[in-house]
Structures are given as C-alpha cells and as structure tokens.
Design a protein around this ligand. Structure first.
Ligand code: ZN
Length: 352
C-alpha cells in the first residue's frame, strides 16, 4: 500500500504502519510532551502503545486462521481506524469465513479475560503502574473486540452475520441482507452521533461506505462467475506497426474510438500504445514512430482466464485493457468497458 512503512514480520506476514496512523501517534505524543494535559504523559504513551499492540494481535489472529485455510496474506496495514489484513479473497465457505472473522474478537476477549485474572490474582504483588497498564490493556481488548462484533461490514460482525445468513440463502442474497443491516445500523449510529458524539457520525459514514463496497464487490465476482475472457473479449483487434507514427495512431483513435492498440511486428506482439502514452508526446514529436513511446512490458491475459481475474489485473496495474494471447498469438483484446458491459448484461439476465 502507498504511504506505509514496514515495521516487522510475524508468521511471514509483513506488518506495515500507514502514514496517517504515524501522524496521529506523533500528534498525540506531541500533545502529551507539550504538557497540554498535565499529568497524563506516561498514561497516553502507554495507552497508544497498547492500542497498537492490540490491533496487531487482532489482525494476526484473523490472518493466522486464514492462512490455515490456504489464504495468502500479503500484509497487515495499521490505519487510525484499526488494522486491515490485505489477503487474497476469503473462501466463500460460510464455515471458514465465520472462523476467520470470529478469530480477531475472540482473541481480544481471551486476552482481556487473562488480564483481568492477572490483575485480580496479582493485586498484592504487582506495582500500581503495572496493574493499571494490565487493566487498561484488558479494557482496550474488550472495546476493540466488542466494536468489531458490530453486525456491519467492514467490521468482523458483518462477516459473522453474512456467514450465518449464507448458511440459509445464496451468498449474494446473504451479502445484500448483511450489507443492508449494516447500512441501517450506520444510519441509527449517525443520528445518535449528532446528539451525543460526533465521532460516532464518522464511524457511521465509514460503515455505510464499507457495506456498499462489500456488496458491490461480491455482486461483481458472483455475476462474473464462470465467465471467461474468451467469452467477452473483442476478437478482431486493430493493431499498429512499430514504425507507425504517433500522429497516425491519433487519427486512428479519432476514427475507431478505441483508446489503446497492440503494436505488432511480424505477427509478434512487441508493445501496447494507449492514448495516455500519446498524450505525453510533445505535439512537434508526433511524426516519430510509436516504438519509442509504446509500453514494452506487456501484461496480458488468455481466453481461458476467468474475467474476475482479468479485472483484478486491470485494477491492480491501473490499466484500461489487456491483450489476449493464445499460445503467444494475439487473438483479442479485453477492456474495462467490455467487462462493465458484461456485468450490466449479466445483472439484467439475473433480474435482480
Ligand atoms: Zn477484525
């Protein structure tokens, strides 16, 4: 992820700190150091560190269980609103999703329980400061675990709820119902927040957006299930030669309304040229051949690849189209527009 620093690695998973989290921490440290609130310097520092540790443990619990189901974990990123585990798509198996989702809050509750027992048993041995720190650690774990059990995406409770519903209806319906419950919860939270605590309104907005995103992404991957690149690609591809001038390609774009062209030399794909590449050429250089400006490292797909995976490639690399190769031969091209159109048609077919 952009703007994040890698801290360390646990279970082979890199733990990263997002810059906004860092700024927030520095800000709180600065407030404490400048003695704006006398007497709470140490407490602040301890609390921040404990929140940080708690969030890492929480995310690691999810990742640990997910890894056992064969899900690859790329990294854990810490944001001011909590941690995010960047992992491959979680299996659409309600039982597995339930266990992955519940692992985080469950670990927090277990830690809180152990801490309370420690404080209770060690009351006469532990120093006052250590007792207080352990007590706060327990409290933070309780709050984090509890908050994450709210039945709304992107909280763990939303996933637990969907897993429960998915045992009783289709995955898409379960996601839609869970997302709607989350949105209603967000609206109630926002109304309460206006009267009691403005911070609740922020959380409500975050939940509302999260619910909508989760529903959309599930809709897309479900609608595109079983659809292959070969089914929706454009088979007759307009191509250009490395020696074609940029001006000629520009004219072609104007006529054909395609914004990207594979560059072919003797039946071999040697590059791809997009409108973006041409727009970066100074107007007086437009008579030079496109081979100087084309992108040579080509990201391609093949006719048997699922469209969902091709879409993932397009989004990850932030590109608009992929050439489709079959045994090294260019057989078509697939663009984001093709995929969006396919989604719209599939949506109509299902009649949702
Ligand atoms: Zn969680």
């Amino acid at each position: 992820m952009k703007y994040s620093l890698k801290l360390f690695t646990v279970f082979g998973i890199p733990i990263e700190l997002h810059i906004s989290f860092l700024i927030l921490m520095l800000l709180i440290y600065a407030v404490a150091a400048l003695n704006l609130f006398p007497g709470i310097n140490l407490l602040m520092a301890v609390l921040i560190t404990l929140v940080f540790v708690t969030v890492v443990i929480h995310e690691l619990s999810h990742s640990y269980v997910a890894q056992r189901y064969g899900v690859k974990i790329e990294r854990i990123i810490l944001l001011p609103i909590g941690g995010v585990s960047a992992m491959e798509e979680i299996p659409k198996d309600p039982g597995q999703e339930f266990r992955i989702a519940i692992a985080g809050p469950a670990t927090n509750f277990v830690i809180a329980g152990i801490c309370y027992v420690l404080v209770f048993l060690g009351a006469s041995y532990l120093s006052k400061d250590i007792s207080a720190a352990v007590y706060y650690f327990a409290l933070i774990n309780l709050i984090l675990g509890g908050f994450n059990l709210l039945p709304a995406f992107p909280m763990d409770g939303g996933r637990v709820l969907r897993a429960y519903l998915a045992g009783r209806m289709s995955y898409v319906k379960a996601t839609r119902l869970a997302a709607n419950i989350g949105k209603q919860l967000a609206i109630i939270m926002a109304i309460l927040g206006i009267f009691y605590n403005i911070f609740l309104v922020l959380i409500a907005i975050f939940i509302y957006i999260g619910a909508e995103q989760e529903y959309r992404s599930i809709m897309v991957s479900t609608l595109l299930e079983g659809v292959l690149v070969g089914d929706i690609m454009t088979p007759e591809v307009e191509t250009v030669h490395p020696e074609t001038t940029a001006q000629e390609v520009l004219n072609l774009m104007f006529q054909k309304k395609h914004m990207g062209y594979p560059v072919m030399e003797d039946e071999t794909l040697v590059g791809i040229l997009t409108f973006h590449d041409i727009s970066e050429i100074p107007p007086n250089m437009r008579n030079s051949p496109v081979k100087t400006y084309m992108t040579e490292s080509i990201i391609s797909t093949h006719p048997e690849e699922p469209v969902v995976d091709a879409l993932e490639k397009l989004n990850r690399k932030q590109i608009g189209r992929l050439p489709v190769l079959s045994e090294g031969v260019l057989v078509g091209i697939i663009s984001k527009t093709d995929i969006v159109r396919a989604i719209e048609i599939m949506n109509l077919k299902i009649g949702e």
